[in-house]
Design a protein around this ligand. Structure first.
Ligand SMILES: C[S@@+](CC[C@H](N)C(=O)[O-])C[C@H]1O[C@@H](n2cnc3c(N)ncnc32)[C@H](O)[C@@H]1O
Ligand SMILES: Nc1nc2[nH]cc(C(=O)O)c2c(=O)[nH]1
Ligand code: SF4
Ligand SMILES: [Mg+2]
Length: 255
């Protein structure tokens, strides 16, 4: 497959391969493991279409190369200092082959984090499920759609919260809930979603398992959101998470 082949998420994954958009070594920039040297594996293809998606070429215009698990693992191993691996996307859990990859990473001794929108459950040896449920403020209305036509508005709105998948992920894995916050208007929905999750899970979800992350893919955009989101975290008793990689490297690819 050519490196920039279009990845259609409706196309069945063949022969255990995964569509890989990029693989790089960086510092975990988000969440409770922020600062930890980590290899990132970014799959292509997503079932949602957040208007603000900072990984446009995995969602709105999915691109990547189909790679087998062994070749992915070989490249992970080449980053000799790394003990932690993040599987992200796109939405990595749309791909059944992600399970085999996570199993092999665990067998090789890596700590595995999966960055997921929380709409799909899979059974795999995930050490940290980093779930980012999508709020109404993520919906690609025609005025916010990067393609300008609002074609995805209905489907995104219908699929963005799946309580069954969310509670199964939370009951089965160590979890952080990482909400992208665009402003104060998001807080009512966040507290509602957290309440609904608490009502449907057997696991205790503490306030400091709930993370508020400022929206913004560039330093300049974060300059407009981070202070307000930090204040909201203090007001509501939730945890604030920076976007360390954006602070350090702005929106450079492979960071
Ligand atoms: C690109 S997503 C891939 C994983 C999965 N699809 C998800 O949304 O959780 C990785 C992380 O980036 C966050 N994210 C995406 N665009 C963002 C933006 N403009 N500002 C802040 N966070 C963003 C997502 O919410 C998620 O936590
Ligand atoms: N450094 C860095 N940390 C991250 N944590 C989650 C990321 C993601 O895109 O899922 C990400 C990313 O893209 N870069
Ligand atoms: S769910 Fe994740 S990858 Fe998909 S569009 Fe939203 S932020 Fe991007
Ligand atoms: Mg990212």
């Amino acid at each position: 497959m050519p490196v920039n082949a279009e990845v259609e998420e409706t196309e069945p994954d063949t022969d255990g391969d995964l569509p890989i958009n990029e693989l790089f070594y960086s510092l975990q920039g988000e969440g409770t493991l922020a600062g930890v040297p980590t290899v990132f594996i970014r799959t292509s293809g997503c079932n949602l279409r957040c208007w603000f998606c900072d990984s446009y070429h995995t969602s709105w215009e999915p691109t990547g190369a189909w790679r087998d698990v062994d070749s992915i693992l070989e490249e992970v191993h080449s980053h000799k200092q790394a003990t932690h691996v993040v599987l992200t996307g796109g939405e990595p859990l749309i791909h059944e082959e992600s399970v085999a990859l996570i199993e092999q990473l665990t067998a090789d001794g890596y700590h595995t984090t999966v960055e997921t929108n929380g709409t799909i459950y899979r059974d795999a040896p995930i050490d940290l499920a980093s779930i980012s449920p999508k709020l109404a403020s993520s919906t690609p209305t025609p005025d916010r759609d990067p393609k300008g036509d609002g074609e995805w508005e209905g489907q995104h709105e219908q699929d963005r919260i799946d309580m069954e998948a969310l509670s199964q992920l939370i009951d089965d894995y160590e979890t952080q809930l990482k909400f992208v916050v665009t402003g104060e208007e998001d807080m009512q929905e966040i507290t509602d979603v957290v309440d609904r999750i608490r009502a449907t899970t057997t696991t205790t979800v503490a306030d400091d398992d709930v993370l508020l992350m400022p929206e913004g893919m560039t330093r300049e955009q974060l300059d407009g959101t981070r202070s307000e989101v930090a204040e909201l975290a203090m007001e509501y008793g939730y945890r604030y998470t920076p976007r360390l990689h954006v602070d350090l490297w702005n929106d450079a690819p492979g960071t």
